[in-house]
Design a protein around this ligand. Structure first.
Ligand code: ADP
Ligand code: MG
Length: 240
């Protein structure tokens, strides 16, 4: 079986510096795949290579059997990738419902729009706040709204960059439940994450990066039990 997303020997240099070196990563259909590693490991750079923000210096990226190594970001979105970036990009001056409407409108028949808005509001636990301006939501709720806008595109692969950044532990747990529910509905997920409790909650597969390279991969149980993985986090003041 071919992987949904297949990254092969991908590299990215900035000047003379190798941020990502010969990285292999396979995301199988149905996985919640977490990409972890200490600060500076190259996770965000790899994420940007996968979504097309950067072109790799070497290697290839295949998505749904197609070579997307040089494809523009919008072409990857059209193929079924949807991205929730770290910085929230909801329309703060517009109501919550309007944000979802905007995200849904190009992918939903007009007579189904309202029903889809309701379904998403309920899924995101934002029904009671539908008329509020998005800027009035809590930080956690804004993150969920943004996940809602990403899934409005009905992606095959949902890509999340640190979805729990700045969230309380209760909000983090809620985010994990939301992601698991989306996954149960058939969505494959790739998440860059540093919160290990969250990774334990959601991951079905884990890839560990260190110094720009793939360091380990396995189930969450295997990774948590691997003493060499614990070691790379030691001496790093802010593992992330
Ligand atoms: P992580 O997300 O795992 O913390 P990054 O991918 O952000 O790591 O960074 C990996 C390394 O690449 C770091 O040493 C970082 O300083 C460097 N780096 C990242 N982006 C750039 C850039 N645009 N220009 C130069 N160096 C960069
Ligand atoms: Mg990062």
């Amino acid at each position: 079986m071919t992987a949904l997303l297949q990254v092969g020997r991908v590299s990215k240099t900035f000047g003379g510096f190798s941020a990502v070196s010969d990285v292999d990563l396979s995301v199988e259909e149905g996985e919640i795949h977490c990409l972890i590693g200490p600060n500076g490991a190259g996770k965000s750079t790899l994420f940007k290579l996968i979504v097309g923000t950067y072109a790799p210096t070497g290697g290839h990226i295949r998505f749904r059997g197609q070579d997307v190594t040089q494809a523009k970001p919008f072409a990857r979105v059209q193929l079924g990738m949807s991205i929730k970036r770290q910085a929230p990009s909801v329309f703060k001056a517009l109501p919550v419902r309007q944000n979802l409407h905007i995200a849904l409108q190009h992918h939903t028949a007009p007579d189904r729009l309202e029903r889809e808005e309701e379904r998403l509001l309920e899924l995101l636990a934002l029904s009671a706040d539908a008329a509020k301006l998005a800027g009035q939501l809590s930080h956690g709720q804004q993150q969920w709204l943004e996940i809602g806008m990403a899934i409005a595109l009905k992606p095959t692969l949902l890509l999340l960059d640190e979805p729990t950044a700045g969230l309380s532990s209760e909000e983090t747990r809620h985010t994990g439940e939301l992601i698991k529910r989306l996954n149960a509905g058939g969505m494959t997920v790739l998440a860059v994450e540093h919160d290990m409790a969250f990774v334990r909650q959601i991951a079905t597969a884990v890839t560990v990066m260190h110094l720009g390279r793939t360091f380990a991969r396995g189930s969450v149980e295997e990774i948590v039990a691997d003493p060499s993985v614990a070691e790379i986090y030691l001496g790093v003041p802010h593992a992330g």
